[in-house]
Write a protein that binds this ligand. Structure first.
Ligand code: GLA
Length: 725
C-alpha cells in the first residue's frame, strides 16, 4: 500500500524510494511534515519547531499562543490572508479571504478522471490516490487536494479541485497545482530552463536568497522563454549525488512557478496556472480542477531524477499506442523550400529521399489557401491545387509511389486577417473591444474558448485526414497570445480566457487524436515553444527547436533532457551552412547531434553530392538500428556542455551508445576520457574494434574517446555487452 494513515491524522505516501508525510494538525491546518527518503516508520513531526517569531500572525483559533503561526509552519496548500505572508497556493477575490481547513480524507484505488485536461495515465501497474477534503467555513468554498501515488516511478502527482458550495458566485484568483515547503537548515538551489525562440531550455541554476524567484509564462503557451518544469536541489547536488526534487506541470498554457526563501531559511515552491490575468468564476455548485503537477524526488542526484521522469513520461504520459512503435525517419520541406515549391519540388524531394532510405515526407507550411508567405492564408485549409498542380491526394499517391509515407503541417489555432476565414468570422479571434488586435507573425489567435470554433476546426481537419492518406501531422502554433478578450464569453468570465483557450486546444487535440489514432502527431510551436508534458499527452514527439545548428542543439537538448526523454525530442539534420547561425559543420556532426531523438532531415536533397547521399543512407541505417535503444534505454548526461563537450550515453542491458560533440580539438593533447554510467560492473563490453572492458572499468577509469579533429567533432561509440553463457 503506497498510502497509509497513521493514527487518524497523519498521511504517509511511500513510493519505491521516497516518503511524503502530511498531518492534519490540531487546528485542522494541513501541515507538511516530510518529503525525502524513507524514514523507517518515523513520523517526522518532531522537526516542526514552534518559535515565537516577531510579526508572524497567529490564526484566531490559536488564541494567545504566539508560537503557532502559519507564517512559520510548513504547509501543504497555504492560503492568502491567514497570517502566512509567503507566497500562497490559493486565493479568492473576496475581502473575507480564503482559509482552507481539513475536513476528512479518502483513499482511492486508481486515480479519479481529469476531465478536459491531460494527465498521468493508468496502466497495468496500479496507482493509488489520497484525497484530502478541505473547506472554508466562511465562504463555503471547498478544495480537494489530490496526491496520486505512482510507486514505481517514485512520483506523486498533485492537483486540486475547488467547489463553490455557497449560494452565490465566487471568483478564484489563484489556484496552484501544488505547493511544496522545504525544511530549513541548508541552502537550496533552483534549476530552471530558460531561453528564447531558437534557444530553448538552457540549464540555469541559482542559489536561493531570501525573497521570491519566479519562472513563468504569460504568453498563453508554456513558452520558449521558460519551461513548466523546475528543480529544487541541495547546494552540493550533482548528477550523481545529493537530493533533488523535480516538479513538472502537465499543462501547456500560461504558468507560474514561484519559489520563496523565507526569513527562517525555509523554501516554498508554488506552481500552477499563472495567476496573472486569471480570474475564474464559480457559480453555486460549480467546480474547478487545476492541471496536474508531477513531483519526483531523487536522493542520488539529477541523473536519477531524470531517469525517473523519463520513465514516467514514456509509461504514463505519451499516447500508449506510440510507446513501442518505431517512428519514421522523415524529411520536412520547410528548410528545403520554405514557401517556394510546386508539385515538382515536392516530388523531387520525395524521390531523392526515397533513394536515401527516408520513410516519410512532411509537406510543411504553404500548401493551402493563399499561403505563399507568412502574411496570408492561415485559416483557409483548402488545398491550393493551383500550387500543387492537382489534388493533394494525387500528390500523396505519387509520394507513396516513390516509396514514402506522407505527412502534413497544420496550424489550427491561428488565422491571418488576409484569409477567407477571418473575412467570414472576424469575431472568431481573441481581441479587446475598442482596440486593434496585437499581431504576431502577422497572425491573430482564434478564440479556442468558443466551441463553435473548435467544432469548425475539428471538421476541417477530420476531412483533411479522412480524404487523404496522411500518416503524420505536424501541429504548429506560431505566436504568443496577448489579447485576453473573447466575444464568446460574458464580461464576468473574461479572466478565464487563457485557460479556456488551452481547454479548447486540448479538446481539439483529444478529438482529433481519438478520431485518427494511427496518425502520428508531432507538436511544435516555433520549434520548442510548447515543449511540455501537456502536449506530450497527445503528441508523443515535439519539434525541439527551430534552431537546427548541431552545436546549439546540444545545449538545447541538454536542458531538455532533465525532464523529457529523447524519444519525445524531434531532431533533424539540416543544411550546412546552418540557416539559423551560418555555422558550417560536417554531416557526421549534424547526425550525431540529431541522433538522440526522433530523427529526420530539413534540407534540400538536390544540394547533396553522391558521397553525402551514401553517408545519409548509412546514417539512416544506423539510426534504425539504434532507435529501440534510444526509445527505451536509460539516458545519462556524461558531461555538462560547459566542460567543452556535450556527451550523452544511452544504454540498456545489451548495448551502450556513447555520443556527442567535442566542441574544440586541442593540439598535443591526450585523448579525452569520460566515465560511463549505469553499466553492469561485472559485465564485459566490446567496441567495434573488438576492445573488451569491464563495466566497472568503464564506470571508474572511463572510456578513451576517439581522436577528434576540428570543432564540433562528432563522437559515436557503440559498445555491445557480452552475453554470459
Ligand atoms: C514554425 C515551425 C517551423 C515551420 C514554420 C512554418 O516556425 O517551427 O518548423 O513549420 O513554422 O511556418
Amino acid at each position: 500500500m503506497a498510502i497509509q494513515v497513521i493514527g487518524d491524522r497523519i498521511f504517509q505516501i511511500e513510493t519505491e524510494h521516497t516518503c511524503y508525510q502530511i498531518q492534519a494538525d490540531r487546528h485542522n491546518i494541513v501541515a507538511h511534515l516530510w518529503y525525502g527518503p524513507k524514514t523507517g516508520g518515523q513520523v517526522m513531526d518532531y522537526l516542526q519547531d514552534y518559535p515565537d517569531v516577531g510579526f508572524a500572525g497567529s490564526i484566531a483559533d490559536a488564541g494567545n499562543d504566539r508560537t503557532y503561526s502559519l507564517d512559520t509552519r510548513l504547509q501543504e496548500y497555504p492560503c492568502e490572508g491567514t497570517g502566512d505572508y509567503r507566497i500562497s497556493a490559493a486565493g479568492l477575490e473576496d475581502s473575507r479571504g480564503l482559509d482552507l481547513r481539513y475536513e476528512g480524507y479518502e483513499i482511492l484505488d486508481g486515480r479519479p478522471p481529469l476531465e478536459g485536461l491531460p494527465g498521468i495515465r493508468e496502466t497495468d501497474t496500479p496507482l493509488q490516490t489520497l484525497v484530502l477534503h478541505l473547506a472554508d467555513k466562511v465562504t463555503d468554498v471547498t478544495c480537494d487536494l489530490f496526491y496520486v501515488a505512482d510507486e514505481e516511478n517514485d512520483a506523486i502527482i498533485r492537483s486540486a479541485r475547488f467547489e463553490n458550495r455557497s449560494g452565490r458566485p465566487v471568483w478564484l484568483d489563484r489556484t496552484a497545482s501544488l505547493s511544496l515547503d522545504v525544511h530549513h537548515g541548508e541552502p537550496v538551489d533552483l534549476i530552471t530552463f530558460t531561453g528564447k525562440h531558437n534557444k530553448e531550455r538552457q540549464f540555469t541554476r541559482r542559489r536561493l536568497e531570501q525573497g521570491i524567484v519566479s519562472a513563468g509564462s504569460t504568453r498563453g503557451t508554456s513558452s520558449h522563454q521558460q519551461n513548466p518544469a523546475v528543480i529544487l536541489t541541495g547546494p552540493d547536488t550533482t548528477e550523481t549525488n545529493g537530493w533533488a526534487v523535480g516538479a513538472m506541470l502537465v499543462y501547456s498554457g500560461s504558468f507560474r512557478a514561484d519559489v520563496e526563501m523565507d526569513q527562517l531559511g525555509q523554501a516554498r515552491l508554488v506552481m500552477g496556472i499563472n495567476p496573472y490575468g486569471f480570474r475564474w468564476k464559480l457559480n453555486p455548485g460549480e467546480s474547478f480542477q487545476t492541471p496536474e503537477a508531477v513531483l519526483i524526488r531523487s536522493d542520488e542526484g539529477l541523473e536519477v531524477l531524470s531517469l525517473r521522469f523519463h520513465r514516467l513520461i514514456r509509461q504514463r504520459l505519451i499516447p500508449p499506442r506510440f510507446r513501442n512503435r518505431p517512428r519514421p525517419v522523415l524529411i520536412n520541406t520547410w528548410e528545403a523550400a520554405y514557401f517556394n515549391f510546386d508539385r515538382k519540388t515536392i516530388l523531387d524531394i520525395a524521390r531523392q529521399s526515397a533513394d536515401m532510405d527516408i520513410d516519410l515526407l512532411v509537406l510543411d507550411d504553404g500548401w493551402f489557401g493563399s499561403r505563399n508567405s507568412d502574411n496570408a492564408g492561415l485559416g483557409d485549409w483548402e488545398v491550393n491545387e493551383k500550387k500543387l498542380q492537382g489534388s493533394l491526394q494525387s500528390l500523396i499517391e505519387e509520394v507513396n509511389a516513390a516509396g514514402l509515407d506522407f505527412g502534413i503541417w497544420i496550424e489550427p489555432e491561428m488565422v491571418n486577417e488576409d484569409s477567407n476565414l477571418y473575412r467570414t468570422h472576424p469575431d472568431w479571434v481573441l481581441k479587446a473591444p475598442g482596440r486593434g488586435p496585437v499581431r504576431g507573425r502577422n497572425q491573430l489567435v482564434l478564440d479556442m474558448t468558443n466551441p463553435e470554433v473548435v467544432d469548425h476546426l475539428f471538421q476541417v481537419f477530420s476531412k483533411l485526414l479522412t480524404d487523404n492518406h496522411i500518416t503524420y501531422v505536424k501541429w504548429d502554433m506560431n505566436r504568443s497570445l496577448a489579447d485576453r478578450h473573447s466575444d464568446h464569453l460574458p464580461e464576468d468570465r473574461q479572466g478565464e480566457v487563457h485557460h479556456r483557450y488551452m481547454l479548447g486546444v486540448y479538446d481539439l487535440l483529444d478529438r482529433l487524436t481519438k478520431a485518427f489514432p494511427d496518425v502520428l502527431f508531432e507538436g511544435c510551436s516555433g520549434g520548442g515553444g510548447r515543449f511540455d508534458a501537456g502536449m506530450l499527452y497527445y503528441t508523443p514527439q515535439i519539434w525541439c527547436s527551430d534552431d537546427t545548428d548541431p552545436h546549439e542543439r546540444t545545449l538545447i537538448q541538454y536542458g531538455t533532457s532533465f525532464f523529457y526523454p529523447p524519444d519525445t525530442v524531434g531532431s533533424h539534420v539540416s543544411a550546412s551552412p546552418n540557416h539559423q547561425t551560418g555555422r558550417r559543420t560536417s554531416l557526421e556532426t549534424r547526425a550525431a547531434a540529431a541522433m538522440p531523438g526522433t530523427f529526420g532531415y530539413e534540407l534540400d536533397p538536390e544540394t547533396l553530392d553522391d558521397l553525402e547521399r551514401e553517408e545519409i543512407r548509412g546514417m539512416n541505417q544506423l539510426y534504425r538500428d539504434l532507435q529501440p535503444l534510444i526509445f527505451h534505454g536509460r539516458y545519462y548526461r556524461l558531461t555538462n556542455p560547459g566542460q567543452g563537450m556535450a556527451l550523452w550515453e544511452i544504454s540498456d542491458d545489451d548495448r551502450v551508445l556513447v555520443q556527442g560533440l567535442v566542441y574544440e580539438t586541442e593540439p598535443n593533447a591526450l585523448r579525452r576520457r569520460v566515465r560511463l554510467r549505469g553499466l553492469d560492473p561485472e559485465a564485459v563490453y566490446k567496441d567495434a574494434d573488438g576492445m573488451r572492458r569491464t563495466g566497472q572499468a568503464l564506470m571508474t577509469g572511463g572510456l578513451l574517446l576517439p581522436v577528434t579533429s576540428g570543432t564540433d567533432a562528432p563522437v559515436t561509440v557503440i559498445l555491445e555487452r557480452e552475453k554470459t553463457q
